[in-house]
Write a protein that binds this ligand. Sequence first.
Ligand SMILES: [Fe+2]
Length: 208
Amino acid sequence: MADMVSSQPTIPAGVVKPVIPKSKAALPPEPATIAVDGKACSDIITLYEDAVAITLQFLRGHRGRSEPPISGIAQIVEQIIESVTSSGDLCLKAIQHTAEFDDSDHYLACHQVNVALLTMRAGMGMKMPGDKLYELTLGAMVHDIGMTQLPEGLITRQGKLDQSGYAQIKQHPAYGKQLLTSYTGAYPFLETIAYQEHERLDGSGYPM
Ligand SMILES: [Fe+2]
């Protein structure tokens, strides 16, 4: 994926370098515009859409009470980490690709992929070792799986939830833990991530 490495744009000979007004000179530089043309971008968008499709399949399997294999998600997480390691912020551009959601599971799939990408970037910023970065990203890709056990209307509902709706939502980490127990053999960390995803640093949050 060496062709996906972004590089700083160079100013061609003969082009006048823009003058930065004095008032802006002291400000930190604005983020460089990410080049999104060409094969590199289409590869990343395809990877993003594949990740959403595989996650959606996994979510729908659980909503249908089956136990779908997690190997597809595990493989795409490896590809994402490899891609982002070599292409810098291009993956963040992929997140800007907006989608219209077919249903609550499609929304959840996009949400989980986006959270996984941002979580992975945070882990990379913390200089996490590769194995921990993989666990973190994979966990993020399935962290809301417990939502599949709730009524679809509750997830897509607009506006503030009433007390009863909120009480149901607060159950999703526990449901997630139950569902991910099936994968404990290969991925013992998943159920903990799903169960503790809404726990705050001081131990508050839910369902604790
Ligand atoms: Fe959640």
